[in-house]
Design a protein around this ligand. Sequence first.
Ligand code: SR1
Ligand code: MG
Length: 438
Amino acid sequence: MIHSGPLEKDAPPEAVPDYGAYEPLALDRVALRLAAYPEVAARLGGRPEDWRVREVGDGNLNFVYIVEGPAGSVCAKQALPFVRLVGESWPLPLSRSFFEHAALAREAQLAGAVPQILRFDGPQALIVMENLATHVIWRKALTARERHETAAPVLGRFMAETLFRTSDLHLPAARKKREMALFSANTALAKITEDLVFTDPYRVHPLNRWTSPDLDETAAAVRADTEWKRAIQDLKWQFLTSAEALVHGDLHTGSVMVSNADGAEDVRVIDPEFAFYGPMGFDVGALLANLFLAHFAQDGHGPGAEEMKAWLLVQASRVWDCFAGRFGELWRTERGGDAYPVALFEAQGEADASQEALDAFLARLQVDALGFAGAKMARRILGLAHVSDLETIEPASLRAACETRALALARQLVVERGTIATVAAACRRAASLSGAAT
Ligand code: SR1
Ligand code: MG
């Protein structure tokens, strides 16, 4: 692949901006701010006073505005100096916007399937993007039992291309280390994951919550589960130390948007503010986790769940199969980095040995992904940040029943890591716990 962008050999160094002139936007200031960006004003058309602005952010961290003008619309996302979900008592650096933009630029170049960036105002921690007007958050579509058949293959391919092409399999070591150094400063966001995914659900912590009183005993049992805690720390160790590739870092179904306008599906990945150099299996696991959560949530959303439950497990398998298939193609055609060099295998007539190395690499990655999937499932039931798939289930007793089955799979994936070695095997476990057809 020929790079022409931030991964280029002689690309100018990027740096976190100075935030001295930063001003948080309020709804009534958005139009005036955007009017100062000619490319944005041109897309909107007309005058700022004609533009309609609404705040649509439903994520945990930032404010997101949709701005509509006579000629078109845009999406403007600004980081705040704190966590939106919790408030000003939890400060969070504005630099997450810089890392989000840097990751989006790389993803656009390496894989596509991200929103087009119209303007990045670094010192204002503001990214102005195309407005995906016909798209919805995939999580919401899944809860509504809408099926987008291209999502799993697009996402499998997206992960293979971003992860392979930012790793030592593709990049020369010096360039990979330059990239790793840039993203290594995104420490505050990584720390959120370190705490919220790998630590807090396994101890008493004021930010934890769960369906209470139904799951009180379960939460206490998890905190006392030595095997689970040890296995989760093995995964945390990997998260902390394994700088394999530029991971999105928060690739759940709420970070994916899907559309089926005029019968043509489109799939985009959004929100890579957690991006950093970490284990490849973390992104794959995040996506699998959220498909499994959607699967277990189906029984809470009324009759007729069976078909969707089965479909969701098929999508989990397709994510892995498409990921592995594309990763294998890249292994054979773009292995120009310092790891597993072609010079030692294909160039010496040992293509079979290269294939064996690939198979072993993917087998290990699959095990990693399933472990991370288990970690990501449990945190959404016992930790601070939950998912709407489960949160919208009423009554609470029905939600707790769904969550209990999801937690059972989460534990198996984490504690029996290595025994449940394939996504297909994990899907069989999920089906057996939820009484789904396979
Ligand atoms: C305080 S932020 C909570 C969660 O929201 C994001 O989507 C990440 O998953 C993070 O862990
Ligand atoms: Mg997000």
